[in-house]
Write a protein that binds this ligand. Structure first.
Ligand SMILES: Cc1ncc(COP(=O)(O)O)c(C=O)c1O
Length: 366
C-alpha cells in the first residue's frame, strides 16, 4: 500500500508539482482570499476581541450537533440576520463552504436526478456529487449552448451548479443567461458566491435581484469577510429538507458561537466601510492597466496568468517570492493540464507601487 502512495508522490515530485505544507509565509500578499483585508484589520480584530471579553463563552464548544444540544440562540439569530441581508426566506449556516456544498449536493438530488455542473466548478461540488446517487454531467465552462444542449436531452429533474466568480479563472458566469435557461428547462439553479461576496456587494444574486430564480446559493465567509464559515440561502422547504437529510449538517458538532458572532460582525463591518470595496476595484483597474494577458474578468480580484510550462511558472513564482511578492502557482490537477497559471489575488490594501513592481517582474516572463 505504502509503495503505491510513494510512487504517486514520486511522480508528482518528478513533474515539479509535489504539494508540501510550507512554514507561514510573510511578504506582500497577492495570494490570499482576504480581498478586503478584514483578516488583517486591527479594528475588526479588536471588535471581535471586545465581544469575547464581554462573553467568553463564545469561545468554547457548542457541545453537540445542531439537532441535539448545539442549536444556540446565537446561531438562530445570525441565520435570520443573514437571510434578511440577502433577501432569501431562510439561511442555514455551516463552518465551511466545503461543507455547505457537500450538504447541498449530497442531499438534494436523488438517484433519478441529474446534476449539471460547469466543468470549472469547485472541487467541493464534485466531491458532493460523489456522495450523491444522482448522475453528474459537466458542461463546457460558461458555454450556454453546451448547457442548453444538455438540458434539452434531460427527462429527469436537473440541478445546475455554477460559481458567480470562478476561483481559478477569475471570470464571471453569465448568470442572467444561465438563470433564464434554468427557468426555461425548469431546472434548479445553485450558485456558489464564495469569491463574489464582499467583492461585488453581497454577490451577483443580490446585484441582479435573482433571489426568485436561484434555487439555492452558497455564501462563504473565509474569503472577503476574513473569518470562517458559510451560509446556504434557500426557502423554508429546502432548509427543512437539509436539516433532515444532509449528513454534513447533521452528523457533526456545531461550531462555537464565536463563529456565528464573527460572521454577523463582519457583515456590519463591511456595510459601514464601502471604501474597502472601492479601493479593491481601483487596485484591480491599476493591475488591468498594465496589459498583462489574462482570461480573467476586468473587474475580478482574481487574475490568472496562463503559463503551461511548469518550470517557467515555477521560476516566475520563485522570482516574485525572492522579491517578497507572495503569489500562487496553480498546477494540474488543480487546473486542467495545459492551463497551469500564476494566480494573483488583488486586495484593498495592496499599494499602486506594489502592483507596478510585481507586474514589471511578470512582464519579463510572459
Ligand atoms: C468556489 C468555492 N466554493 C467553496 C469553497 C470552500 O469554502 P471554504 O474555504 O469555506 O471551505 C471555496 C474555497 O476554496 C471556493 O473557492
Amino acid at each position: 500500500m505504502l509503495k503505491r502512495f510513494q510512487e504517486a508522490l514520486d511522480q508528482r515530485k518528478e513533474a515539479g508539482i509535489l504539494r508540501t505544507l510550507k512554514p507561514e509565509l510573510t511578504g506582500i500578499d497577492f495570494f490570499s482570499n482576504d480581498y478586503l483585508g478584514l483578516a488583517r484589520n486591527e479594528k475588526f480584530q479588536f471588535k471581535l476581541l471586545q465581544l469575547v471579553q464581554e462573553n467568553p463563552k463564545l469561545l468554547t464548544g457548542s457541545s453537540g450537533s445542531r439537532l441535539i444540544s448545539g442549536n444556540s440562540s446565537t446561531v438562530t439569530e445570525v441565520e435570520n440576520y443573514v437571510a434578511g441581508q440577502h433577501h432569501y426566506p431562510e439561511a442555514l449556516l455551516f463552518y465551511s463552504g466545503y461543507n455547505a456544498n457537500l450538504a447541498l449536493f449530497s442531499a438534494l438530488p436523488d438517484r433519478h436526478d441529474t446534476i449539471i455542473v460547469d466543468e470549472n466548478i469547485h472541487r467541493s461540488v464534485h466531491d458532493a456529487c460523489k456522495m450523491s446517487y444522482a448522475k453528474k454531467i459537466k458542461f463546457r465552462h460558461n458555454d450556454l449552448e453546451d448547457l442548453e444542449n444538455i438540458l434539452k436531452k434531460q427527462v429527469a429533474t436537473c440541478y445546475i451548479a455554477i460559481e458567480s466568480l470562478y476561483s481559478m479563472d477569475g471570470d464571471l458566469a453569465p448568470i442572467l443567461d444561465i438563470a433564464a435557461l434554468a427557468k426555461k428547462y425548469n431546472a434548479a439553479l445553485i450558485v456558489d458566491e464564495a469569491h463574489a461576496f464582499g467583492v461585488f456587494g453581497y454577490g451577483l444574486i443580490e446585484k441582479y435581484q435573482l433571489q426568485e430564480d436561484v434555487f439555492a446559493a452558497v455564501i462563504t465567509y473565509g474569503k472577503a469577510l476574513g473569518v470562517h464559515g458559510a451560509a446556504i440561502l434557500c426557502n423554508e422547504t429546502v432548509k427543512s429538507y437539509l436539516v433532515n437529510f444532509a449528513s454534513p449538517f447533521i452528523y457533526t458538532t456545531a461550531a462555537q458561537d464565536f463563529l456565528w458572532v464573527s460572521i454577523k460582525t463582519g457583515y456590519e463591518f463591511i456595510k459601514q466601510r464601502p471604501e474597502l470595496e472601492n479601493k479593491l476595484s481601483q487596485n484591480i483597474k491599476i493591475f488591468r492597466n498594465q496589459n498583462i494577458e489574462t482570461p480573467s474578468s476586468e473587474i475580478s480580484p482574481i487574475q490568472a496568468i496562463i503559463i503551461p510550462d511548469n518550470h517557467q511558472l515555477k521560476a516566475l513564482q520563485e522570482t516574485l517570492s525572492a522579491k517578497d511578492f507572495l503569489t500562487y502557482a496553480v498546477y494540474s490537477p488543480a487546473v486542467k493540464s495545459g492551463t497551469e497559471r500564476l494566480r494573483i489575488c488583488l486586495h484593498s490594501f495592496n499599494t499602486e507601487e506594489e502592483i507596478l513592481e510585481m507586474t514589471a517582474i511578470i512582464r519579463r516572463f510572459v
